[in-house]
Design a protein around this ligand. Sequence first.
Ligand SMILES: [Zn+2]
Length: 335
Amino acid sequence: MRDGGRRLARIPGSSRIGPGMPAIPLLAAAAALAVVAGAPGVAGVGGVAGAQASSGAQEGPVSLEGVVDLHVHAGPDSRPRSVDDIEAARAARDAGLRAILLKNHFTMTADRAALAMGQVEGIEIFGGVVLNRAVGGINPEAVRQMATFSGGRGKVVWLPTFDAEHYVTAAGGGASYVPILAGGEPLPAVLEVFALIAEHDLTLAMGHSGPGEVLRLIPEAKRLGVRRILVTHVFSQGATRDQMRQMVDEGALLEIDWLAVHTGGRTIDDYVSAIRALGAGAFFLSSDLGQEGNPLHAEGLRDYIRALREAGVGDEEIDVMARRNPARLLGLDPW
Ligand SMILES: [Zn+2]
């Protein structure tokens, strides 16, 4: 197995790669850096190089060492969850994950992540806030407070999800939603939130916004100094291949989640085709699990990586999507 020994020897949670430990395959790392930096047209390098470099390395057992899951649901919640935050963190740690990001649609998780960090050693636990109606919608004060909570675990601000205009109108019917644009222009509160994200070096997640909204907002966020942008489960938001390419060219990283495949909304071939077209450097894997009745996060990720390998995706590409890109989105050093 490719450098499995060194990976296993690393201390979970330690984020430094010392001199003399060239843990990053250079081409893949360059591709990931280029995407984060927003350099257009370079994202494909990681995919091609990874596919060539790792052929024949896909046989062994799936290791989750160093993997980062940026989409972990857990209780307490107003939706049924199979485990609570601490149980989710323990299970992820036991499976070898490096870090998880707790996501709750209705309440902030920076405090919960800090409490979980006190209970579970050997894994990094982060949180954030989703700007749905439960926290007042696009509410800069919610972001300001989240960013300054003790423990420093608040890292990500999601635009509205279940209360997003795109989601509510596409889901057919809800009258109440949280707008982010008016007449095609970002609302002042959205820009204020972007400025706060930049000020506190947080990561912007696009929530359940429509692809058109995402493309309108990415340049605004960058103009205000936002350094890391992720597009929440980009397939479920209905982005076309061309829109995905534009998002990547603008420097965003695109989330492809296992839940959508697990529940049959997408196929692994949908993802693989996009990875082949845009390069692994454009994407990151997440579980989006935690729902009652579904597999736990790590189990889903293991199935996910196995399915990608079976579809011909190389371990170098999986490294970029499961380890390096999500680590960068949390501001962690690359694995
Ligand atoms: Zn989710």
